[in-house]
Design a protein around this ligand. Sequence first.
Ligand code: ADP
Ligand code: MG
Length: 323
Amino acid sequence: MALGEFDLITRYFAQLTPAGADVVLGIGDDCALLQPATGELLAVSIDTLVEGRHFAVDADAAALGHKALAVGLSDLAAMGARPAWFTLALTLPRADADWLAGFASGLGALARRHGICLVGGDTTRGPLAVSIQVHGFVPPGEALRRDGARPGDLVYVTGTLGAAGLALLVRQGLYASSEHLPELFTRLDRPEARIEAGRQSRGLVSAAIDISDGLAADLGHVCAASGVGATLYLDQLPCSPGVREYVIDTGDSQLPLSAGDDYELCLCVPGDRQAEFERVAADWPHGATWVGTIDVGGGIKVIGTDGQGVAVGAAGFDHFAAP
Ligand code: ADP
Ligand code: MG
């Protein structure tokens, strides 16, 4: 049975998430009507995932639904914002019921878990691409920005680094990992935004960013925005067992520094907030690890296990970089 545009919206998206009192009018009219939280700032971000560029042609639909929202939630996490609403622009080559059911299930499960409501979108035919715009709220003056890092601040990261990048190497046939495959693929295909860590970091950190392009590149953005430099210690970078095994196997110790798609948070903590930050972070299931220090001057210095400086390779992904 052919599925029309409006059947498709009604069947898969109209009831995807429960609407709270702040959704005066949801999917179905020309615009959604939303009641912003009084006295708070609206945090907005949009991300697009394109087939063949951000995900493989045969990517699992449910995982894609999850990831398309997770990357937006990660931006809200990095600002310390509370998720509220999102819109979905879906470009599909065909209306395939199985694919749509899978996509909606992955998307809906993550959205309901974070209490973020789908309030509208757009559906068009074309090469597969998914854009999600997320909206969240944060009290004025409390957002975690990139431009507040100061020399002497301590640099922390949540969770572990490099697993998503390693999973991509495995999927591309460039590395054969044994027992750690399921965990690696979960990190790549179903990243978890650190929403609670972001919110609990309000008032404790001077600057924050989510790690989507690799720690070195993303901390580089913080340094540029703040007018500071940073020193990172390679042997402090938190790695999962699969990544540790890869580093030992191949001698490529830079993967946790430069691989993208982890969606952990990088948090800069002033010295006088460190004890309280560590107390708060001790309750996070993924934890937070000290990895370096903010200093004067620009750029990122990396210190290897031998205490010597290390040249940093591939500094993050740039869609428009010269080949
Ligand atoms: P219009 O032509 O007025 O832009 P559309 O026909 O694009 O409206 O969409 C009809 C309704 O369905 C709107 O409320 C829109 O927000 C919603 N909608 C369309 N596509 C999606 C989607 N993929 N997910 C969620 N809501 C959608
Ligand atoms: Mg429209």
